[in-house]
Design a protein around this ligand. Structure first.
Ligand code: SAM
Length: 206
């Protein structure tokens, strides 16, 4: 029997979706299922940064992966016209995988120019540490999906998780730089549950 993967995310469903959101999930989401893409964002939450990537990279296909359906529904609402439910032209390069990114990766041949992971769930309790997404194993998996000059960009305001990721990187062939960067605020970043002064970022290369 295949070993079951440890779940890295919390809830899949929150409060009931609005009627419009439910229609978008039922009718639009299946048409946005990704095959191949240029840029991947893992765990996009409500999708603010996915939208930014789409606007900044009009000729690239942006794939967002997120198993939390209320987040997926928020992104679908934001990229569509309220009257027609049609995707706005500037967001037509967005594709959505509404599930665990690891299931998507097993079925794609994509080599990404960028893979973004912003504010991965920190799972702060010691007994939950095994749920942290950015383990050495997973980073090694991601490295296989990078184009030759591709990069993995990680941001977290949970500094202890940041240090833990640096330890994980030592067990991979990836090299890390710590850039001085600022990006748009995501919903989770605004909550700043860790109470730190700013997020820290990491850029990884093969
Ligand atoms: C703390 S939230 C941050 C959301 C967003 N990036 C932000 O900054 O607002 C982490 C997100 O990662 C998602 N996540 C966790 N494990 C995942 C996985 N295996 N595949 C895809 N998304 C995952 C969770 O569902 C959650 O929405």
């Amino acid at each position: 029997m295949e070993k079951q993967e440890i779940r890295t995310f919390g809830r899949r469903h929150g409060k009931k979706l609005s009627a419009r959101q439910q229609t978008l999930v039922d009718e639009l989401l299946p048409t946005l299922k990704p095959q191949d893409g240029d840029i991947l964002e893992i765990g996009f939450g409500a999708g603010e940064h996915v939208r930014n990537l789409a606007l900044a990279n009009p000729n690239k296909i942006i794939i967002g992966a997120e198993p939390f359906m209320n987040g997926v529904a928020s992104l679908l609402s934001a990229i569509t016209d309220e009257k027609t439910n049609q995707v706005f032209d500037e967001y037509k390069n967005i594709r959505i995988w509404a599930d665990d990114v690891r299931d998507f990766l097993r079925n794609t041949d994509s080599k990404f120019k960028q893979i973004w992971v912003l504010h991965p769930d920190p799972w702060p309790k010691a007994r939950h540490e095994k749920r942290r997404l950015l383990s050495a194993d997973f980073l090694n998996t991601l490295s296989k999906y990078l184009s030759s000059d591709g990069e993995i960009i990680i941001g977290t305001d949970h500094w202890e998780y940041f240090d833990w990721i640096l330890e994980q990187i030592k067990e991979t062939n990836l090299s890390a730089t710590i850039p001085d960067m600022e990006i748009i605020q995501t919903r989770y970043q605004n909550k700043n549950k860790a109470g730190t002064t700013a997020p820290k970022y990491l850029v990884l290369h093969n």
